[in-house]
Design a protein around this ligand. Structure first.
Ligand code: GLU
Length: 310
């Protein structure tokens, strides 16, 4: 394993190599709060098992985690429902757009995996069960703060409100799920929780720190809290590897070779099992909706550390 000095040098080198690429890709523009983010930003943070942090670039700048949140709500839902979750959502790559309605209709309301929007809505419904939306939102934010060891992690109210104002497609997916009897709570409540979880605002260091349990069989090595079981951790990582990058998950596995989850805010959380959690952020997205420079940086990071799982 690379020691701390090596890691510092590697993340500095990756950040330097990304400089000529800054601004590449297209910033998500479906809500104003994301559209106005300066695309020429890049951050990387690596948190290792002993809590050492190596970071470079804009690693302290908060960004909208968006779909990266789905990894954490999946953890909460698996803890709650265990195997029963898999009667409501599948675990195969979707091969279609992340917000496809056609696929949901064809598959009779059982979404292909927990990371496409329909699947994430089912997962959020599982987290919400038996609670009010405000309680579920507080639970999710509290979970993130505990994992990040940082009380300042917050939800961006402007982002959450705009998601709500423009989320017609997510509302359609939720109504479809409800029609197929695959949502238990009222549609508006599930959407409220979902939009708020997507609007969590975190920086690379906090996000990598929060994901560290996924590199250690579910045990957070710094908090010494067993967040989830080793078996569930393997499964979450497997789904990240196969489904974590929308319809470009195969390409990410091929180029990077780490379980990862991206979000349209430009963040990616990647897991190097038994070693570290890595978060990168750069707002410009590729066609499939993944951070273009972020994925390139992870590719270079893995080439320099040899940390691919393959
Ligand atoms: N809030 C976004 C949506 O549901 C998240 C998309 C994403 O990051 O994949 O459309």
């Amino acid at each position: 394993m690379a020691d701390k000095e090596d890691l510092d040098a590697i993340v500095a080198q990756v950040a330097a190599e990304m400089r000529p690429h800054l601004g590449e890709g297209k910033v998500a523009d479906y809500i104003p709060a994301l559209a106005r983010v300066d695309p020429r930003q890049f951050g990387i943070a690596v948190v290792t098992s002993d809590g050492a942090v190596a970071s470079a670039g804009d690693a302290e700048t908060p960004f909208s985690v968006q779909s990266v949140s789905k990894v954490f709500t999946l953890t909460l839902a698996i803890n709650r429902l265990d195997e029963a979750l898999w009667t409501r959502v599948g675990r195969e790559p979707s091969g279609s757009r992340f917000n496809s309605i056609v696929q949901l209709e064809q598959e009779k309301g059982v979404p292909r995996n927990p990371f496409i929007n329909a699947g994430a809505l089912v997962v959020t419904d599982a987290v919400l069960a038996g609670a009010r939306p405000a309680e579920a939102i507080a639970d999710i934010a509290g979970f993130m703060r505990r994992l990040a060891l940082d009380e300042t992690v917050a939800i961006d109210a402007e982002v959450a409100a705009s998601e709500q104002d423009t989320g017609f497609r997510n509302a359609s997916l939720a109504n479809f799920l409800r029609a197929f009897d695959n949502l238990n709570s009222p549609v508006e409540e599930v959407l409220e929780v979902y939009f708020n979880q997507c609007a969590l605002s975190m920086n690379c260091r906090q996000l990598a720190r929060a994901g560290l349990f996924l590199a250690h069989g579910g045990l957070d090595p710094l908090n010494r809290i067993q967040v989830t079981s080793p078996e569930r951790t393997r499964r979450i990582n497997a789904i990240m590897m196969t489904c974590g990058h929308y319809d470009a998950s195969g390409e990410f596995a091929y180029r990077v070779g780490l379980p990862g989850k991206s979000g349209v805010g430009g963040g990616i959380l990647a897991i190097a099992p038994r070693r570290a959690a890595i978060a990168v952020w750069s707002p410009g997205l590729c066609e499939a909706g993944n951070s273009l420079v972020g994925a390139l940086a992870l590719r270079r990071f893995v080439a320099l550390t040899g940390w691919s799982v393959f």
